[in-house]
Design a protein around this ligand. Structure first.
Ligand SMILES: Nc1ncnc2c1ncn2[C@@H]1O[C@H](COP(=O)(O)OP(=O)(O)OP(=O)(O)O)[C@@H](O)[C@H]1O
Length: 412
């Protein structure tokens, strides 16, 4: 089948009204650009200049010239955010995702296409295998996914990198080779080199991508079961997660995912607890015991398992009332006159705060959950404790985006 047709068969492309194209100038995304232009898709391209290589700015301009010849509007975004710490590649990738999604929303695009190919799937599979990943990590990346408020499409996942380059050569199109592709310090580069030896064993990129594709189907089946379990056995009660006792009848794999998602949400953490910690947790829970984990308290009560925030984990957290507190709480209250030079702030109630909420028992919330619940403070004075029966005109809601996130995170 001609390459253009295979490209167009990629999910979502035909329904898109206006498509963003993330074009770094490398072979894969240059092929993406040319295929989209040839297909007559209404598109707008973007290049992020990370400012990390001196040539990057000139390369971005060159991508712009190619786009102009194809009649595709092109924008350049600059990232100057690296603070010199942490994993540079990871930060650059995250920043790129954020910048490009802001750009796409601003340009009223309904999806952004990325140039990942079948070789990326195969390489990622091997890299994850080397780290001992499970089904989720080994499963092929999704051809269609939502993140950062944008729909991301990967229409080239079924096509090999070399085939795309062949197509570019046929058209006389040049592309930039990223010099880091030669740098053995990067895992991906070492994996690429190792793959040349694996091909002789029948483990070429096609076969590896096929296995990753099967695992993606396994992941989808687990997701469906997880969603069903969450829908029928789990609910959120004022920031705590409640699981019906029936969760103990679920297969271990599903219960583990449910617990990881719930704990991650209650702790507002970027990652859930790791395998060994989850295994210990499950053993204890099956013996009817509770425990603390990852900044959460898990306790059995009459109606099932309650997962709440641990006071110790939030005792020193302070946020202005307009901001999210503990990554998920939004406080809303009556307008305040600026009568004091002490600003209003959100802090956990703690024992000191809860002592000033005489009606808290009527809330039917465990004391431990209320200790870690948000209060509105002015210096030492507690103005409001919305979850502990002292609202004083204030409400505390978990951020709706985060709330939606809870289920999507549960489903990974
Ligand atoms: N600086 C960038 N500007 C715009 N899009 C980018 C940029 N870097 C990566 N992308 C997008 O993300 C996809 C995958 O990123 P990856 O880091 O694997 O890219 P790459 O190795 O530079 O690939 P390519 O050969 O497509 O340029 C690219 O195909 C492209 O769609």
């Amino acid at each position: 089948m001609p390459i253009l047709e295979r490209f167009l068969r990629g999910p979502g492309l035909r329904e898109v009204r206006a498509l963003g194209l993330a074009v770094s100038g490398g072979g894969d995304s240059m092929a993406l650009l040319h295929l989209a232009a040839e297909a007559g898709i209404a598109a707008r391209a973007v290049t992020v200049d990370h400012g990390l290589r001196p040539e990057a700015a000139a390369e971005a301009l060159e991508v712009g010239r190619v786009c102009a010849r194809l009649g595709v509007p092109h924008d350049i975004l600059r990232w100057e955010g690296w603070d010199g710490r942490g994993n540079l590649m990871d930060q650059a990738r995250r920043a790129r995702l954020r910048l490009v999604s802001e750009w796409a929303r601003g340009a009223d695009l309904d999806a952004v296409a990325l140039g990942h190919t079948r070789d990326d799937v195969a390489e990622t599979f091997l890299m994850r295998l080397a780290r001992g990943a499970g089904v989720d990590g080994l499963a092929a990346m999704r051809a269609e996914r939502r993140a950062e408020g944008m729909l991301w499409l990967r229409p080239l996942l079924g096509i090999g990198r070399e085939e795309l380059r062949e197509e570019l050569r046929r058209r006389g199109v040049a592309w930039f080779e990223d010099p880091s592709n030669e740098n053995r310090a990067f895992d991906r580069v070492r994996v690429r080199q190792a793959m040349q030896g694996l091909a002789g064993l029948g483990l070429g990129p096609e076969r590896l991508a096929e296995v990753a594709g099967h695992l993606a189907e396994v992941r989808a089946a687990l997701d469906a079961q997880l969603h069903e379990a969450a829908r029928t056995l789990v609910r959120v009660d004022r920031g705590d997660v409640l699981m019906a006792p029936g969760v103990l009848d679920l297969p271990d794999e599903i219960l583990r995912r449910l617990l990881r998602g719930a704990v991650q949400w209650v702790a507002s953490a970027e990652y859930g607890p790791r395998g060994p910690a989850l295994a210990r947790l499950m053993r204890d829970l099956r013996q009817g015991k509770g425990r603390t984990l990852h900044g959460c308290r898990l306790v059995w009560r009459r109606d099932g398992l309650r997962i709440g925030r641990e006071w110790q984990a939030v005792r020193d957290l302070t946020a202005p009332v307009e901001a999210l507190w503990d990554g998920r709480w939004r406080l809303q209250g009556p307008p305040q006159e600026d009568i004091s030079d002490q600003p209003l702030e959100v802090r956990a109630l703690g024992a000191d705060g809860l002592d000033r909420c005489p009606g808290w028992r009527a809330t039917n919330m465990p004391r431990a959950s209320l200790l870690a619940s948000p209060g509105v403070w002015r210096g030492p004075d507690l103005l409001a404790a919305p979850l502990a029966a002292r609202p004083n005109g204030w409400v505390a809601l978990t951020d709706p985006l985060r709330n939606g996130d809870f289920l999507s995170r549960l489903s990974h």
